[in-house]
Design a protein around this ligand. Sequence first.
Ligand code: PEP
Ligand code: MG
Length: 757
Amino acid sequence: MLDQLRVIVQRVNAAKNLQSALNIIVRRVREALNTQVCSVYLYDTDINSHVLMASEGLKAQAVGHVSLEIGEGLVGLVAKHAEPINLQDASTHPSYHYIEETGEEVFHAFLGVPIIHHRSVLGVLVVQHEERRAFDEGEEAFLITLSAQLAGVIAHAEATGAIQGLSPSGHKVSDTVFPGISGSSGVSIGRIVVVFPPADLSQIPERQTKDIEKEIEFFNNCLNAVQEDMRELNAQIADQIAEEERQLFDVYVSMLDDDALGNEVVERIKMGSWAQGALAYVANEHIRNFEMMSDNYLRERAVDIRDLCSRVLFYLQQKEPITTEYSEDTILVSEELTPVMLAEVPKNKLNGLISVKGSGNSHVAILARTMGIPTVMGAVDLPLNKLDGKQVIVDGYKGEVIGNPSDIVLTRYRNTIKEQDELIAGLEDLKDVPCVSADDHRVHLWVNTGLMSDVTKSLDQGAEGIGLFRTEVPFLLSERFPSEQEQTEIYREQLEAFAPKLVTMRTLDIGGDKDLSYFPIDEENPFLGWRGIRVTLDHPEIFMAQVRAMLRASIGLENLQIMLPMISNVNEVNSALQLIKRAYRELLQEHLNVKFPPIGVMIELPAAVYQTRALARLVDFISVGSNDLTQYLLAVDRNNPRVANLYSAFHPAVLNALYHVVSEAQQEEKPVSICGEMAGDPGAAVLLMAMGFDTLSMNSAALLKVKSVIRSVSLEAAQDLLDQVMQMEDAQMIRSAVDLTLYNAGVDRLLRSSRTN
Ligand code: PEP
Ligand code: MG
């Protein structure tokens, strides 16, 4: 049975379109179960019915014509209850609905199972038999298992039709939503340009070379050509992103260096292989090794290697250069987007990015955020090969793509984009005014940064400090640990740009989904594993170098604060404090005029929530990382599109935890801030102010919107709202109550397309 299942799923997977997939299903299942009829009905939203899409055993003329409304007939009943129905004699069931066209009156036994994908019933898989006997347990289990495995394939095939504007039964559809994860916020509309790796490394035969010397020379020339391309691309985007972010391109050049990949290929050519074969062998070995690792970052390295090596292969194959036509409103799409692909799009033509694979921490997403390009990552249901030239909407706030948009939806999004642009322009005047509520309560608005371009943007928006400098970002874009001196320079830039305003530097927060290629962490369950402070306490040399660099960078500026991530107990704080003090003493002994900075703890884990007071007593300030806190409280992976609908900072448990942290920190008279995404959601910001957060630290793009909302609402009204929502039991209800208050305050337009769920 298991083999049969596997074969059917494989065949269906390989089908060229939905109809042939369904035809394979009905033929193969009928054979496997040795039954007389197998049919598939699919739900068609356009006509609100289940349409008979394929059948072996029922009359051919019924296929495509017969349909049953929701709840109608046995098929409708299976779909309605999302449960199998197994009957000896279908005709005696009260819901039996005889349709003459099908010729099914001779078949008595009936087994129907729902086809369910992400909770919605896509259709029903039915087998029938003349004999009056119920299908046995084994047969029922087989059909249920098969249906569960086929649901994803059918959903994908349906998506392929939907992107072309067609429902499963050929009706017109529009506004199909393809879910993913937000890579960079903002909304854009444009035409898709799909990019593929320039040459295929998997299709290279092994061959011997006649002239080894010549082959090596040819290979080296091709390698140099790609290195040259990388340098050119680096220069091409120089005016769009800062020097340090472009380091990635240097990394690519050096990956191809003589002493790296290049050398391995040459060694293989020396053994007699032709250059293409040698390159494909070396590249595929590396790709396979990296892909086998469960570590996200290393898997991404596989993407880099595939991309770079296929560029070299392209030169080796001496193909005509591919000229991609980028439309004026390009939405760049690829199976796995790379920074190189992004850099190849001419400036001002790039409206949005969509990657079928990857997460919010992929390199391309980091760059997209820096460049302010709306981006959706992990849009796994998108049918890549049908997309070229299609118009889509990229909603980088919600992390979804809308295919085949209707005029109404397009107009709505265009208005939103225009409204947001006007709104932002209209908020310019707020830059230099303080963030005070309508009844004069002061809240401090700080920003989160990772790269130098974030700093420049933040200062433009009137940020009052940096609440979170994610120090791992420059580490992520580097090819080895930056030295103490290199780190000092990076940190100095941020401190200088903001001085005398405070800059909160978080110690290295790697692990989870943020891994360094040069420091692999390969774990089954990385979010519950070696992450943040756990890594750096185990590697004091890394921690010490970083803290020394921070302290050295702050000499004469004295606007540094240090913050510790992923704290789960007081011992971690004590150990970190000892190391920080040691670094401080060392620098004093080196006659450097360093000042001991304020130290803070991040509250990101449920355990830390309940130890806020104990932790607060040890340090100078508390900062809540609501992104991780939400993830850990709700047990919802923040990068998993499948459970994205469960991730909500408005969940009563999250709000309760936040409120608890603030009151505990206040009892210890320690300032408390929040630096997760929710601080930048204007609706959430009102609640956070009411809870008593002193500082909200956010993405710079959200700053003026939040300021505008806070200035329009009184602390008293915000506290009334908070009292009200703290009684509520459901995230959605809370969200609606917040929206309503802002609507009444006349600032609801600031909410649109800037929400965190
Ligand atoms: C957080 O977890 O809320 C946070 C600010 O840290 P990061 O998003 O970098 O994990
Ligand atoms: Mg965090």
